[in-house]
Design a protein. Structure first.
Length: 99
């Protein structure tokens, strides 16, 4: 039995269903086999998306820290932070900021 045949047999045992109709020539997937194939395609796409997201995590992730206003100058001078942004708490509650 080939490695591919062993993998298929293992999957058929795991799901207790026939995935390949080997009585036909050429062999063809059963209805369950086609379902398995379609679901495997979805999983593969999700895996690729997850892998790309994880590889790009540090590239696009921006970390925001909340610090006291009195400490900002010292943190900027020491190089702990690159930029400081101050939000007026009153303006955050307003739906529209006019300027």
């Amino acid at each position: 039995m080939t490695t591919v045949s062993q993998q298929i047999a293992s999957l058929e045992d795991e799901f207790n269903i026939q995935l390949i109709d080997s009585k036909q020539i050429p062999i063809e997937p059963t209805g369950a086999g086609w379902l398995f194939y379609r679901e495997a395609i979805v999983l593969r796409k999700q895996y690729n998306h997850m892998r790309t997201s994880m590889e790009n995590y540090h590239k696009y992730n921006t970390q925001l820290d909340k610090v006291l206003l009195k400490d900002v100058a010292a943190y900027l001078q020491k190089g702990i932070y690159d930029v400081a942004i101050d939000f007026d708490s009153v303006s955050l509650r307003e739906k529209k900021i006019s300027g």
